[in-house]
Design a protein around this ligand. Structure first.
Ligand code: 5GP
Length: 193
């Protein structure tokens, strides 16, 4: 998606540890007009697929998923990050290893909001090693819902997540980063000339 790639080039900041900061339009301040274009692009890429629910994960997936849900005209549910001791009975839960924070946490969705008959599109801001997405896919599977696909705004193609998730479902990433250089700030996208 050219508009997104141009914006990443203009405003993205390459940090140490293979982290891309996009706080000025995606992860802190949010450019809702861009989110709307992202939502429309997801809709185009999943045209013909039957989707009746969007599932994301707190916190930074929520804004994007909400706008996408409006375009798809379906409800959106976000998985909550939680401590094991707080988990009540009526939830699906799985463990996720965080890329940015380097720790393991639980994610939960109430059984009330995910189950048989749901045809689910996963949405998230970033994919690195794919752990967050794998966790969401697991919740969908455990609930008896159907996993239709996953839409990612920025995939870091040099990390493992893309390969893992493409084996499991229909994955669409709107910008795939092939490499990025912390020293020069250069970002190369997968389909660049
Ligand atoms: P994964 O589970 O695929 O390893 O990591 C995905 C999650 O980590 C995303 O939901 C995102 O919040 C965060 N993340 C991973 N890599 C980056 C990055 O380079 N920049 C930012 N801003 N977040 C990242």
């Amino acid at each position: 998606m050219q508009l997104l790639k141009d914006r990443i080039r203009k405003d993205g900041k390459v940090k140490e540890g293979n982290v891309l900061k996009v706080d000025s339009f995606l992860n802190h301040q949010m450019d809702v007009k861009l989110f709307r274009e992202i939502g429309k692009e997801f809709k185009k890429r999943f045209e013909g697929e039957e989707i009746n629910k969007i599932l994301t994960i707190e916190a930074s997936g929520i804004g994007i998923a909400c706008i996408a849900a409006e375009v798809f005209d379906v409800p959106v549910v976000f998985a909550k990050k939680n401590q094991t001791k707080n988990i009540a009975g009526d939830v699906y839960t799985t463990k996720v290893e965080s890329f940015t924070h380097g720790r393991v946490y639980d994610i939960i969705v109430a059984k009330e909001f995910l189950g048989k008959g749901d045809k689910v599109l996963l949405i998230d801001d970033f994919m690195a090693n794919g752990k967050a997405l794998e966790g969401l896919a697991q919740l969908v599977e455990d609930s008896g819902a159907e996993l239709v696909g996953a839409g990612i705004v920025i995939e870091k193609g040099f990390q493992r997540g893309g390969d893992i998730l493409r084996k499991r479902t229909h994955l669409e990433s709107l910008a795939i980063i092939e490499s990025m250089d912390e020293k020069t700030g250069e970002i190369v996208f997968r389909d660049d000339e």
